[in-house]
Design a protein around this ligand. Structure first.
Ligand SMILES: O=C(O)CCC(=O)C(=O)O
Ligand SMILES: [Mn+2]
Length: 201
């Protein structure tokens, strides 16, 4: 169902060279905590070893790649796990809200305040030009950082991502901005983030 209220709950974040839409609270048709627990318990989480500038690191978080096609980044190749009923249901909700279709999802599990994601752009060739990436957050809120790649006059933007929020990055966003999640000093509970993407062949 599409009602007027949900339109007012979308915020357009006005940043130069970016196209960002933010839903502070979406209705996924499920109780938040049981969904979070289900994803934590039943996902086949891995801690990937990535290679950056010739050095190997274990990623400071767990992840899982589901969908129709494999995905390569930072020297690793992820073979897809199959869609589950829960992930297909979440994909349908996210597609209805954003008006985009997706064929893959990367799940990230930040176990506590020490888990993080370095600053990066989702600009791999197989995502195509101007990719739409829909990022759904469950669990403890964390701060999402956005930094322009070349405009030194622009400060780092901080966006709090609460549980059940949805951030759509599209248009030029990946070309001009990096984003990431820092460790936190305060204790944090678990957070699961799902980034829905379309891999092009
Ligand atoms: O956890 C987040 O909010 C960011 C995830 C992200 O940037 C990614 O998976 O590429
Ligand atoms: Mn990203």
């Amino acid at each position: 169902m599409h009602d007027l209220l949900s339109d007012f709950e979308i915020e357009q974040l006005s940043l130069p060279d970016a196209d960002l839409l933010f839903w502070r609270q979406v209705d996924l048709g499920r109780a938040h905590d049981s969904l979070l627990q289900e994803l934590i318990v039943s996902t086949d989480w891995r801690q990937e070893e990535i290679t950056v500038y010739g050095k190997s690191y274990l990623q400071p978080r767990l992840s899982a790649w589901h969908g129709d096609l494999s995905y390569s980044y930072s020297g690793i190749r992820l073979e897809p796990l199959p869609w589950t009923p829960t992930l297909l249901d979440l994909k349908a909700h996210v597609e209805a809200l954003t008006g985009h279709e997706f064929n893959s999802v990367l799940l990230n599990y930040y176990r506590d305040q020490n888990d993080s994601m370095g600053m990066h752009s989702d600009d791999e060739r197989e995502l195509g030009p101007k990719p739409a990436i829909a990022s759904l957050s469950l669990g403890d809120e964390r701060t999402f950082l956005l930094k322009h790649k070349t405009r030194k006059d622009l400060q780092t933007v901080k966006l709090t991502l609460p549980p059940d929020s949805l951030l759509l990055m599209q248009g030029d966003t990946q070309q001009y901005w990096r984003h990431g999640i820092n460790k936190e000093r305060r204790p944090c509970g678990p957070r699961v983030n799902l980034t829905f993407r379309t891999i092009r062949t």
